[in-house]
Ligand binder design. Structure first.
Ligand code: XMP
Ligand code: MG
Length: 178
């Protein structure tokens, strides 16, 4: 059984998320509009869904969408191994790719996925993550678009889960073990 947790006040409010997501989208629009090409947006299931969909609503560049699913976490800790549960099915060769993550912690998942996508010979690959937990880093990960840099705490809400629960919360909370 997974241990009980407690959550307090929002750590990042729904308003702050909305504002920041809009700013990130404006930056992405500025960077990719000049290319005149469609952007292949690859969303990492399941955590990044809420963020990615809100971000996409503000994108004015044309986009193509696909999903992949990977995991390196069990409960509140990283297992250190990346498992690919679902791969992309959309061809991305020769296109600009934007990988959308919920959070970069150890950096293992993001760097593994970036390498995996690079093997499909895209024109470019960039990483966009709502959250960055730099204190957790085990391998370097260059994040091109970051929403919020956060301390080394386990967070949930707005897509982030604790054993699949709490994803639907509109804000982000710090979870503490009881
Ligand atoms: P790594 O360590 O590979 O982790 O950079 C990335 C993945 O781990 C999950 N993760 C979290 N999930 N609250 C969560 O709900 C957290 O604080 C947290 N930290 C890492 C997440 O799935 C991410 O894609
Ligand atoms: Mg998770």
């Amino acid at each position: 059984m997974t241990p009980a947790i407690k959550i307090g006040d929002p750590f990042i409010t729904a308003d702050a998320i909305r504002q920041r997501v809009k700013e990130m989208a404006l930056q992405i629009n500025q960077d990719y509009t000049p290319t005149g090409r469609a952007l292949s947006v690859i969303i990492v299931l399941k955590g990044a869904c809420f963020f990615a969909i809100d971000l996409l609503r503000h994108l004015t560049v044309s986009t193509r969408l696909d999903f992949l699913q990977a995991s390196s976490y069990s409960g509140m800790g990283s297992t250190g191994e990346v498992h690919l549960h679902k791969d992309i099915t959309m061809p991305i060769a020769g296109t600009d790719v934007l990988l959308v993550e919920d959070i970069v912690d150890t950096g293992l998942t993001a760097s593994w996925l970036l390498q995996h996508l690079s093997s499909h010979s895209p024109a470019s690959v960039r990483l966009c993550s709502l959250l960055d937990k730099p204190r957790g880093r085990r391998i370097p990960a260059k994040i091109d678009y970051v929403g919020f840099v956060i301390p080394d705490e386990f967070v949930l809400g707005y897509g982030l889960d604790y054993d699949e629960a709490y994803r639907n919360l509109p804000a982000i909370y710090v979870a503490k073990p009881y």
